[in-house]
Design a protein around this ligand. Structure first.
Ligand SMILES: Nc1ncnc2c1ncn2[C@@H]1O[C@H](COP(=O)(O)OP(=O)(O)O)[C@@H](O)[C@H]1O
Ligand SMILES: [Mg+2]
Length: 268
């Protein structure tokens, strides 16, 4: 996208992983990329914006014991507020977490408070730039908290399933990216679309991929896509990086390594 006249806060190496639909793999992609970063020694912050706190939990942190988190960072409306709320993940010292805690659901309705859509950008200002990568795992919504994620990010990454409903849901997300780019964040770019849960053989899935490429442009649909694999659920259940499963993880580590490399090129 070309630049516009709005003023952006510094976004750093920040990526919003989003879709309005739940269950499409936003958290799976966030954790898979974090796992690739873990292997590569890329210092990464995961920001959990979903009140379900699945990323927080899978990163080895119990959300119910956290005193502070993304809800508080949004409420603070203060530069750098996220800094002291960041905790180490259970994955080791390259992966850090801003946990989902602090009334995230209530923050969705803060539209009448001052500067409602730029609070996460403010909270991460001066903080995001101290990491090599910041991944924001969004809630399944196009509401205020997701707008905050987009205002804080330099790249928006959509996660989509190759189904008719998956493809139908893409346009409103792309529209929101455009809207936030215009109103709050001239540094925002649509990195692309990651296809998740792609079946091995399916003419319908192929047709949907072609439709998607027509909608967003074929370069915006990232390769490789992510297949449906049982190991994904096992890794979440064991709260461990998928790269820690060795050969049991099959081709998934290589896929997330390739996606991370592409993502980091888009941030450079
Ligand atoms: N590629 C995949 N293969 C197998 N299971 C998957 C895959 N991607 C996601 N899942 C499973 O689907 C469910 C929803 O995924 P999740 O990442 O939580 O979606 P979201 O964050 O978009 O709500 C989870 O149980 C997850 O383990
Ligand atoms: Mg999720």
């Amino acid at each position: 996208m070309s630049s516009s006249s709005n003023s952006s806060l510094a976004t750093g190496p920040t990526v919003a992983v989003l879709n309005q639909k739940g269950g499409v793999g936003k958290t799976t992609v966030t954790l898979g990329l974090a796992s690739a970063a873990w292997t590569a020694g890329v210092r990464t912050l995961v920001v959990d914006l979903d009140a379900q706190a699945n990323a927080t939990w899978a990163l080895g942190v119990d959300p119910s014991t956290e005193n502070w988190g993304t809800g508080d960072a949004l409420a603070a409306n203060a530069t750098g507020a996220a800094g002291p709320m960041i905790v180490p993940s259970g994955w080791g010292d390259t992966i850090w977490l801003l946990p989902a805690a602090g009334d995230l659901t209530e923050r969705e309705t803060d539209v009448r408070r001052a500067d409602p859509a730029r609070r996460l950008a403010k909270a991460l200002d001066g903080v995001a730039s101290t990491f090599d990568l910041v991944l924001i795992d969004c809630a399944p919504s196009l509401g205020l908290n997701t707008q905050n994620a987009l205002a804080a990010a330099s790249q928006a990454l959509l996660v989509v399933e190759p189904t008719i409903f998956g493809v139908r849901g893409v346009n409103p997300v792309v529209d929101l990216v455009e809207q936030v780019w215009e109103s709050d964040n001239a540094a925002l770019d649509l990195a692309g679309v990651i296809l998740n849960r792609v079946p091995a053989v399916s003419s319908d899935a192929q047709l949907r991929q072609q439709e998607l490429a027509k909608m967003v442009g074929s370069k915006a649909v990232w390769s490789p896509s992510i297949p449906q694999r049982v190991i994904v659920n096992q890794a979440h259940g064991e709260r461990a990086p998928i790269h820690a499963f060795g050969r049991r993880a099959g081709e998934l580590p290589g896929i997330f390594d390739a996606l991370l490399a592409k993502l980091r090129r888009s941030l450079a």
